[in-house]
Ligand binder design. Structure first.
Ligand code: FE2
Length: 386
């Protein structure tokens, strides 16, 4: 059973009882990136992150304006899309933002109703409900804009048996690197501009029926140089979690501001991918060339037993081994978690990944924020953007 389902069993439904059920979400359906060269990006995600070839659409399947590669690892599905002509919204998107997340697609029972309920509450439409069909059945999709140019697509696939979506063909490849143990998307974080966080939180509450179940102010997320604020939004069953970050005043430039300068708008900052063996997963990722943020100082690892508190005995991992891999550790009342962050995966300092293993903890590593942000600031200083 997946961890996101277990959340409900742990009693999180109490926290989410304020959430409204006009938009029942079954899970994340896929995440679509608009990129400069989908063929090469697909090779990177296969080689470095262990994704598997799943489906393809392009000139060979009758498309004229774009190419999309779909990759999969356990429950995670990503789509990499490139424009074939400069005069397309996809080409424009890449020109402005560089490679980045365009669509966070949510799996729903009823895509028409999802569109109706959210647009009635003020969502800006991206795509009217659209039925797509092939010999495997039909899929209904609709979409709305969220922060920046990012989109939530609603996907209703109960009458579909094909590989991915109508119009895609199965992608069989002779090159199949093994998976690295990534299981599902734990959370996806959005960066918004100065003064925009509360409006975004309100949007998720009113338009999507989400609840704000955790908040961190700039006193909690601060280093000597910079600060940020963060609020975590969740849907009613706790399967979809979207932390929202806003920069805060500090002596130097916030990493959120750096992101917005280079993405040239609000957008997705990181995807947290869950594993149940972070040591094995991170060893694999490193061997395949994925670059992670540098480790925190020795003092950080010396303090881990204290931070674990009563969960100290349940920790199976060896602290020395975690330190060797730069993995961070945090704990809350319910357990502990292990996490690590990659460097940005494109040339602009924008999107990066988190690898996370939850051992009961429900938080987002608040105890690691300081160490993490100091690592990010050391990277920002190298880029001249601190
Ligand atoms: Fe995260």
């Amino acid at each position: 059973m997946s961890k996101e389902v277990k959340n409900v069993e742990y009693g999180l439904e109490k926290i989410f009882e304020g959430a409204k059920d006009f938009l029942p979400l079954l899970g994340t359906d896929y995440v679509e990136f608009y990129v400069g060269n989908a063929k090469q990006s697909a090779h990177y995600y296969k080689t470095a992150f262990g994704f598997q070839s799943l489906a393809y659409a392009g000139l060979e399947t009758g498309l004229k304006d774009r190419v999309s590669y779909v990759l999969k690892q356990d429950k995670i599905r990503i789509v990499l899309t490139t424009a074939l002509k400069s005069s397309s919204p996809i080409g424009e998107h890449v020109k402005k933002h560089g490679d980045g997340v365009k669509v966070i697609a949510l799996w729903v029972e009823d895509a028409r109703k999802s569109f109706e309920e959210t647009t009635k509450r003020g969502a800006k439409p991206f795509m009217e409900p659209t039925v797509e069909k092939d010999e495997f059945g039909e899929v209904v999709r609709s979409g709305i804009y969220t922060y920046g140019e990012t989109v939530h697509m609603f996907v209703e696939r109960k009458n579909y048996k094909g590989t991915f979506l109508p119009g895609f063909k199965e992608w069989k490849s002779d090159y199949n690197p093994t998976p690295v143990g990534l299981k599902f998307i734990d959370h996806m974080v959005g960066n918004v501009g100065w003064g925009e966080m509360n409006a975004t939180v309100k949007w998720y509450e009113e338009v999507m029926g989400f609840v704000n179940f955790l908040s961190f102010d700039d006193k909690q997320i601060t280093t000597e140089y910079s600060a940020l604020m963060s609020k975590v939004m969740s849907n009613g069953n706790g399967r979809i979690k979207f932390p929202i970050n806003e920069p805060a005043e500090g002596k130097k430039k916030s990493q959120i501001e750096e992101y917005i300068d280079f993405y040239e708008s609000q957008g997705v900052q990181h995807l947290a991918l869950a594993t149940d063996d972070i040591i094995k997963t991170v060893n694999e990722l490193k061997a395949r060339g994925v670059e992670f943020l540098p480790p925190p100082p020795q003092a950080y690892y010396d303090e881990i037993p204290k931070r674990l508190g009563t969960h100290r005995d349940m920790m199976k991992e060896d602290i020395k081994e975690l330190q060797k891999l730069s993995i961070l550790v945090d704990a809350d009342e319910e357990g502990y978690l292990l996490q690590i962050f990659t460097k940005p995966v494109e040339d602009r300092p924008t999107l990066f990944y988190e690898i996370i293993q939850r051992m009961g903890a429900k938080g987002f590593g608040a105890g690691n924020f300081k160490a993490l942000f100091e690592s990010i600031e050391r990277e920002q200083a190298k880029r001249g953007t601190l």
